[in-house]
Design a protein around this ligand. Structure first.
Ligand code: S3P
Length: 165
């Protein structure tokens, strides 16, 4: 396996799992959120506030287009599947892993992880976040070539499973 792209809702563990797999396989680790923040020299929160979500999605797509073929482990932002060009490109990619978890698991992780770089969660009710999750679930499934249900798995178990498939 040359490269792997990890998708899933906020709190799915995409960043942590990609780091672990990158280390295990000695692959470069590319976190699209971090790359975007570096490229624009602004935090995700500020980008959303000053330039808007549509701008963010287009920049996220440009990064995906630039890196999707690079031998690496790529961690994407949870909303990448909502932007049609990114969705279409992901569907063409070979190794797209969906880290699936129940909404309750994700929401509890979000509460403990913090929401600073997650403007779509800040100040939102649990119901609203659940609606967002429900609206995306099918899209993650459609782009994925492999799905791992992570509710009862540790990061090591997920990573070890994924390097074998
Ligand atoms: C987003 C998820 C975030 C980040 C941005 C938007 C989303 O990434 O890209 O706040 O729309 O779900 P994580 O999934 O890494 O939290």
């Amino acid at each position: 396996m040359d490269n792997m792209i990890i998708v899933g809702f906020m709190g799915a563990g995409k960043t942590t799992v990609s780091r672990k797999i990158g280390h295990l396989l000695s692959r470069e680790i590319l976190d699209l959120d971090t790359l975007l923040e570096q490229e624009l020299a602004e935090s995700i929160g500020t980008i959303f506030k000053t330039k808007g979500e549509a701008y963010f999605r287009e920049q996220e797509y440009q990064l995906l287009k630039q890196y999707h073929c690079k031998p690496s482990v790529i961690s994407t932002g949870g909303g990448i599947v909502t932007y049609e060009p990114s969705f279409d490109l992901l569907k063409e990619c070979k190794n797209v892993v969906y880290l699936e978890a129940s909404f309750e698991t994700l929401y509890n992780r979000l509460l403990s992880d913090g929401t600073q770089h997650r403007p779509l969660v800040i100040g939102q009710s649990k119901e609203k976040v659940k609606d967002l999750f429900n609206s995306r679930q099918e899209k993650y499934r459609q782009v994925a070539t492999c799905t791992v249900v992570t509710d009862d798995l540790s990061i090591d178990e997920i990573a070890n499973f994924l390097i074998e498939v």
